[in-house]
Ligand binder design. Structure first.
Ligand code: 5RP
Length: 231
């Protein structure tokens, strides 16, 4: 099974958790895309759901496939969010934001009774941090904010290399108009502490560590889809 086949298998398994009448958060990325496509087929055959997208790309895809959309102002409490991840560990901590949608993904997932992560087996790690941590920052004063992020890393006893994310030779801008600093750290021993300290830096909007939000991971693997449930 290729990584993409594993992603698709996990996405299809997530459909079992969707019931008619639910309000569903839709994640962003290639794995979430498999879920959105499969969900759209169910909607065509009569499943009654309304969805809240976590990015423009997801909104456009869901709309083009005929999934009824809503937003958190009309429906602040969702039943379920299904999203991918860049990494997950044994404590259901996640690293997200590789696609740049971490802020809306965190708002939507944390507004949901249940968040299910769908992933291929390469995303399972012993400790988060192999993937650079995306930190969404206000564009104003990026260098000053970066300096403060470095101070936070020092306080946590970590050493990280900061890179302003770029796309098409320009700074990458998120759907909400912010920039992203990717922080290559390596193993993060205390993700919750790091996340809390980063989020009190003026200029930091949020970071890609999702702590205490995800309760179920469906992981595609060579031996089929494995389900990890938080007890
Ligand atoms: C986007 C994300 C994605 O969920 C994450 O990057 C995983 O992407 P993919 O499913 O393409 O591997 O956090 O901001």
């Amino acid at each position: 099974m290729t990584a993409d086949q594993q992603k698709k298998a996990a996405a299809l398994a997530a459909l079992d958790y969707v019931e008619s009448g639910m309000k569903v958060g839709l994640g962003t990325g290639s794995t979430a895309r498999h879920f959105i496509t499969a969900l759209a087929a169910k909607v065509k055959s009569g499943l009654d759901v309304m969805a809240v997208p976590t990015s423009r790309a997801t909104r456009d895809l869901a709309h083009s496939l005929g999934i009824p959309l809503t937003d958190l102002d009309k429906h602040p409490f969702l039943d379920l969010t299904v999203d991918g991840a860049d990494e997950f560990d044994g404590d259901f901590h996640l690293m997200k934001g590789g696609g740049g949608a971490l802020l809306l993904e965190k708002i939507v997932a944390s507004s949901s009774r249940r968040m299910i992560v769908i992933a291929d087996e390469s995303k399972k790690v012993d400790a988060l941090g192999r993937f650079p941590l995306p930190v969404e920052v206000v564009s104003f004063g990026v260098s000053a904010t970066a300096w403060k992020i470095e101070r936070v890393l020092k306080i946590c006893g970590l050493d990280g290399k900061l890179t302003l994310r770029r796309r098409d030779n320009k700074p990458f801008i998120t759907d909400t108009g912010n920039a992203i600093i990717d922080v290559a750290i390596g193993r993060i021993p205390e993700p919750e502490r790091l996340s809390n300290l980063l989020n009190i830096v003026p200029g930091v909007v949020d970071n890609g560590l999702f702590i205490g939000i995800c309760g179920i991971v469906l992981m595609g693997s060579k031996d089929g889809v494995k389900t990890f449930k938080k007890s």
